[in-house]
Design a protein around this ligand. Structure first.
Ligand code: FES
Length: 262
């Protein structure tokens, strides 16, 4: 497959959105994935040409970040968080069950091309552990049974909604959104809910608030004053120690001892 003229025009459009065009590389790679199903050699060459950088630099970026894929992806990317908290809350078991159920290993795609399974690192959703993602939409508080039900629905082509409301599209469509081309679905589902808001509720009940910029300035001024007075105290202590030492050196006992020696 080759990148179409329309996609190449969109890559140019992305490059033009930034004062330094090379800043567009990350969204451009997402667009290449959306168009071709992964970051292809052709995509790397075209991004490099447009940005005036080397193919090696583009390749270096695309192999550094795990969201860029060098192998063809399935229709859906299914991620299972196996980072510490999710792992102990059941993520490891979910991942093992899904591998058996889908008959794939990590980073592999099912024979029907529907699901690519990957174990992923902490998604900053630990308060909903164990979490999964489908095309980067969250599925909170999962169990092995709910995970298997989810992938079965995806493979059957059923409409699936993330637990926070978003309707699941395909991985390629999600990649196009990540590239910076909106699909009009940004407001589907709440941005934050449940456990994520508990801290805020407790703070509201107790009248706690985040420090303002003014508080921070005051705090840094008072800690500077405190530090200055500590320095002053240390200097005073040094001076008085030096004075004491001088007195000891010049003490009458020493003078008398010197006289005895004579
Ligand atoms: S450990 Fe899974 S989201 Fe943080």
């Amino acid at each position: 497959m080759s990148l179409t003229d329309a996609t190449i025009a969109e890559l140019h459009e992305l490059a033009g959105r930034y004062p330094q065009s090379r800043s567009a590389l990350l969204p451009m790679l997402h667009l290449v994935q959306s168009a071709e199903g992964n970051v292809t050699n052709e995509g790397i060459e075209i991004c490099a040409d447009i940005l005036g950088i080397s193919a090696a630099e583009v390749s270096g970026v695309s192999t550094f970040y795990t969201m860029y894929k060098r192998r063809p992806m399935g229709e859906h990317h299914v991620g299972v968080c196996t980072n510490t908290l999710c792992a102990v809350m059941g993520g490891d078991v979910i991942f093992e069950r899904l591998k058996e159920h889908l008959e794939v290993g990590n980073d592999e795609t099912t024979e029907d091309g529907k699901v690519t399974l990957e174990h992923i690192e902490c998604n900053a959703a630990c308060d909903f552990a164990p979490v999964m993602t489908v095309n980067w939409e969250f599925f909170d508080n999962q169990t092995p049974a709910s995970a298997i039900d989810l992938v079965d629905k995806l493979r059957a082509g059923e409409t699936v909604q993330a637990t926070r409301g978003a309707t699941i599209t395909s991985w390629r469509e999600a990649e196009r959104v990540l590239a910076g081309f909106e699909d009009g679905r940004a407001d589907e589902g709440p941005a934050a809910a449940g456990p994520s808001l508990v801290g805020l509720e407790i703070a509201a009940e107790r009248g706690w608030r985040a420090p303002t910029a003014g508080d921070t300035k005051k705090a840094s001024t008072s800690s500077k004053v405190e530090a200055d007075s500590k320095v002053e105290a240390v200097e005073k202590a040094d001076t008085s120690r030096a004075e004491t030492e001088t007195k000891i050196e010049e003490s009458p006992a020493d003078t008398a001892k010197e006289g005895d020696d004579d």
